[in-house]
Design a protein around this ligand. Structure first.
Ligand code: NAD
Length: 495
């Protein structure tokens, strides 16, 4: 018997009205069932929205510093139970324990940062063109917001959305990924423990079309914050557009690292290894293309192959393991199909390119670290997000060519350049079409106090975290207070 987890609606833990459930399994060992979860349907979603709607008045009128106090309590609980959450994350999502701890830490950082916003949430005051008139901009809650998240950062990504949404006075319906419902449920339990009033945060677990889409379609939900694939994101945006709701999309990436001829190669190699194979390549910011200057191509490639070959792949709980499993069978199939596509397109498979089998590998979804050489920017493996431990090495002969190749995809999330030339580094900051640029660091490793998001096909112009967080999850209201005691007409009665 596995534990049965429920939805959280109106402050109560409830079963789906349809009675259907699904299981979440450990991707490193599929016989280990993490739990049984509610397979929610439209009527469950409607109940959750009813609850969020009913709670909105009280929560939106609660002073922001009081809302923030609850968020800080969640931060402290999460900090206290960091190891327990990290272990759960490794069990349910597969990432190595050290990264699981990092993911939980990101949630703690976000909570602390956002708790401070409860006493800031700055507006603006501006001078009026008229005498005895006050003009200001204030922030107000949006209403009920729907949060839909992926599985690759099962604690951090929900916290990027939950904490700012709540501090701004919104109420929430949260639909986590079907692969990581246990992490989401445990996180929601912390809010209950911290004293969040009933109905302010509601959790519905289940699948995208059944439990996600009804949130997007309900007119009472005034904002959707979605992180996931470009394909689903486009669907979500189209549906959200019908009821004119605000729609924040954080989608895929095809992130490039440029290694120039003057790069510190030791540093670049370490960065490449971490960027490409960290989280088994299942990061939206994963380094999936390494654009290497031809002068250092041979040395860089040989040394990368040696390092990648030496990576120990296995269950993330093992402290000696460098790279865990991929999330599920379907993802494994997709990754392998891209290996075949790469070979068919004429790229050189230099390492890996196969599922790992035998012994404990047979219990889960393991794929070998995979490196392609001689990759051309037109190839599909250089254009499409693979979301696995596959990296493409792309030779170039100049900085100009490197930038052209880097910018040649539909995505624009993260980017990196390794060079010792300060002028080139700043040029790259200017030239790379991405929401994030790293100099002498890999494409992964964002900190929560700066905005996070991308350009082009990675999103639709929104940013999470940092100073954007409050901006995104609040409405602006312009306020004029005329204390002259007479009618003053803007643009007309000016002196
Ligand atoms: P996905 O798009 O398959 O699913 C994301 C979420 O959307 C899940 O909760 C899913 O149930 C839900 N969903 C699916 N269909 C839906 C529908 N019709 N209506 C509403 N919701 C629906 O993505 P995934 O496989 O979980 O995550 C991997 C993707 O996420 C990658 O493309 C990755 O790059 C992206 N990602 C982006 C960022 C970022 O900040 N830019 C961060 C992490 C992951």
């Amino acid at each position: 018997m596995t534990d049965v987890f429920k939805n959280f609606v109106g402050g109560e833990w409830v079963e789906s009205s349809g009675g259907a459930t699904f299981e979440s399994v450990n991707p490193a060992n599929t016989s280990d069932v993490v739990g049984t979860f509610q397979r929610s349907n439209k009527s469950d979603v409607v109940s959750a929205i009813d609850a969020a709607n009913a709670a909105f008045f009280g929560w939106s009128r609660t002073p922001a510093p009081a809302r923030a106090d609850i968020i800080l309590r969640v931060a402290l609980l999460l900090e206290e139970r960091k190891e327990e959450f990290a272990q759960l994350e490794t069990r349910e999502m597969g990432k190595v324990l050290q990264e699981g701890r990092g993911d939980v830490q990101e949630g703690i950082d976000m909570a602390k940062y956002i708790a401070g916003e409860g006493r800031r949430m700055f507006g603006e005051t501006v001078p009026s063109e008229l005498r005895n008139k006050f003009a200001a901009l204030i922030r107000q809650p949006i209403g009920v917001v729907g949060l839909i998240t992926p599985w690759n950062f099962p604690i951090a990504i929900p916290t990027w959305k939950l904490f700012p949404a709540l501090v701004c006075g919104n109420t929430v319906v949260f639909k986590p990924a079907e692969d990581t419902p246990a992490c989401a449920t445990r996180l929601v339990e912390l809010f209950e423990e911290a004293g969040l009033p009933p109905g302010v945060l509601n959790l519905v677990t289940g699948f995208g079309a059944e439990a996600g889409q009804p949130i997007v379609e309900d007119e009472r939900v005034r904002m959707i914050s979605f992180t996931g694939s470009g394909e689903v994101g486009r669907e979500v945006a189209a549906r959200a557009g019908r009821s004119l709701k605000k729609c924040m999309l954080e989608l895929g990436g095809k992130n490039a690292m440029i290694v120039m001829d003057d790069a510190n190669l030791d540093l670049a190699l370490e960065g490449a290894l971490w960027g490409a194979f960290g989280t088994t390549g299942q990061r939206c910011t994963a380094t999936s293309r390494i654009i290497v200057h031809e002068a250092v191509l041979e040395e860089f490639t040989q040394r990368l192959l040696q390092k990648a070959q030496a990576l120990k792949v296995g269950p993330g709980v093992d402290p000696d393991v460098d790279m865990g499993p991929v999330i599920n069978e379907q993802q494994l199939t997709t990754i392998h199909e891209y290996t075949q596509v790469g070979e068919a397109e004429g790229a050189k498979l230099l390492l890996g390119g196969h599922r790992l089998t035998g012994g404990e590998y047979d219990q889960g979804f393991f794929y070998a670290p995979t490196v392609f050489g001689d990759v051309n920017y037109r190839m599909r493996i250089a254009q499409e997000e693979i979301f696995g431990p596959t990296v493409a090495i792309m030779p170039v002969s100049s900085y100009g060519e490197a930038v052209k190749v880097a910018n040649s995809t539909e995505y624009g999330l993260s980017s990196a350049i390794y060079t010792q030339d300060i002028n080139l580094a700043f040029q790259a900051v200017q030239d790379l079409e991405a929401g994030i640029t790293y100099v002498n660091a890999p494409t992964i490793g964002a900190e929560i106090q700066l905005p996070f998001g991308g350009v082009k096909g990675t999103g639709n112009g929104h940013r999470e975290a940092g100073t954007s967080a409050v901006r995104e999850f609040s409405e602006m209201k312009s306020v004029y207070v005329d204390y002259s005691g007479k009618l003053q007409r803007a643009q007309i009665d000016v002196e």
